[in-house]
Design a protein around this ligand. Structure first.
Ligand SMILES: Cc1cc2nc3c(=O)[nH]c(=O)nc-3n(C[C@H](O)[C@H](O)[C@H](O)COP(=O)(O)OP(=O)(O)OC[C@H]3O[C@@H](n4cnc5c(N)ncnc54)[C@H](O)[C@@H]3O)c2cc1C
Length: 393
């Protein structure tokens, strides 16, 4: 018996054509799409689910980690700050950053809460959708990019599947904001896997005594010494069967944990479980440059933004443009949790504010070129500076 089938060759209709196509509507994709549209590109954002935000909304990760260095100074600006403010336009769920949104000295801020907040996932998702529409971005929901047509080292078209079937979308520049470097893998770009693999996470919301509470069940490893693993099993995150098993394990964990506080009533209900798998680091671009923690505090000539370390106060890093694009596919750039980084830096750069910083850089570049390694970085930097991004520490 053969263990394969031959898919019949077929002609796919090219239904649309865009200057910039952003794949993935998480924080990185939202930021990239806004920046590309502001740069004048006819922009499409393709998202597999039916809402924006990715892990930051559907994944119930509702803590916008710090825009500051932990020593009282803001380091991430531009769209990272714009989305932060948007997330709490109608109020914060918790940890309102009073000290940052009113007049205070660096010393006062250094001693107080970092520039972070907890927001309402659903309100934020809808506000992001509205912001993209205001910027003129087309959104295509319920659509997975499942393959790429690559010619002469460029993605000519993205092959998508949705309710209409399978068809092609022609793209000038492509931003891989899938979180898992799907487009890098589909187009033959070099990628790397996260060897330690992911622990089981099972974050959920439950109404308890009239209050809707976030339960961070399965907290990040290394962030707190008391973290107890929910399972000894680890997950790579790019195998369909494995992800399905992981999600079912998380569901069982959530129900068991929820029921410890009693059955369902008006005062006690399981209000939200994640709609997408809670995976932190899976597959990333293996670019010609890797961002590393060794460059902490260093000035980088090709910097496209500054990020901080959510785990500890002090360290800040400039993001080199070269860690966003690869060696093989000229018109492909990455953003968010799948950029080219070392393992240690991955755990720092994967969080919401950093995804917004790399998203803005990738989207701005996508409006300027369809050959990223040939782009003059100085002109990209001028555009980013004009948009309010801080490039150097
Ligand atoms: C359990 C957990 C807790 C975390 N806690 C925090 C926290 O407290 N604060 C914080 O700042 N960060 C936290 N993070 C990290 C952070 O949430 C994410 O790393 C960040 O939001 C990733 O953004 P992204 O846009 O790069 O990717 P994602 O949010 O993963 O978005 C990718 C999007 O692309 C879509 N997509 C994927 N593949 C395709 C495809 N082939 N075609 C079409 N669409 C596709 C997905 O549906 C998704 O919407 C946590 C992560 C986890 C898992």
């Amino acid at each position: 018996m053969n263990n394969f089938v031959m898919e019949p060759e077929r002609r796919l209709e090219i239904k649309e054509k865009y200057d910039a196509v952003v794949v993935g509507g998480g924080i990185a994709g939202i930021s990239a799409a806004i920046a590309a549209a502001r740069g004048g590109a006819k922009t499409l954002l393709i998202e597999r689910e039916f809402s924006l935000g990715g892990l930051a909304t559907l994944g119930l990760v509702t803590i916008y980690l710090p825009l500051c260095d932990g020593k009282g100074r803001q380091v991430s600006f531009g769209i990272a700050e714009e989305l932060f403010r948007l997330s709490i336009k109608y109020g914060a769920e918790a940890n309102y950053p009073e000290i940052w949104l009113s007049d205070h000295t660096v010393e006062e801020r250094a001693k107080g809460q970092r520039f972070e907040v907890r927001y309402d996932a659903n309100v934020f998702a809808i506000l992001c959708e509205q912001r993209l529409k205001e910027e003129g971005v087309d959104i295509l929901y319920g659509t997975s990019v499942c393959s790429c047509d690559v010619k002469n080292g460029r993605i000519n078209a993205l092959i998508v599947e949705n309710k209409s079937g399978r068809y092609a979308i022609e793209a000038g520049a492509v931003v891989d904001a899938t979180g898992d470097a799907d487009i890098c893998a589909f187009s033959g770009e070099e990628t790397a896997l996260y060897a330690p693999k992911n622990i089981l996470a099972a974050w959920y919301y439950a109404v308890e005594g009239g209050t809707n509470k976030l339960h961070m069940h399965g907290f990040a490893e290394g962030s707190n010494e008391d973290v107890k693993l929910l399972s000894q099993r680890r997950f790579g995150g790019i195998d369909g069967n494995e992800i399905s098993e992981m999600v079912q394990m998380a569901h069982n964990e959530i129900l068991t944990e929820f029921l410890k506080k009693g059955g369902v009533s008006e005062e006690h209900s399981l209000s939200s479980i994640a709609g997408i798998p809670q995976l932190r680091m899976t597959r990333r671009l293996a670019g010609s440059c890797e961002m590393t923690t060794e460059k902490e505090g260093e000035s980088i000539g090709t910097s496209v933004g500054v990020i901080s370390n959510w785990k500890k106060r002090g360290p800040v890093y400039e993001v080199p443009f070269e860690c966003l694009y690869g060696k093989k596919v000229k018109n492909l750039i990455t953003a968010g949790r799948c950029i080219s980084v070392s393992d240690e830096m991955w755990d720092i750069s994967r969080v919401i504010p950093c995804c917004a910083v790399t998203g803005e850089a990738a989207g701005t570049a996508a409006a300027m070129t369809d050959d990223f390694s040939a782009l003059e970085v100085k002109s990209l930097q001028s555009r980013l500076s004009a948009a309010g991004v801080k490039l150097h520490i």
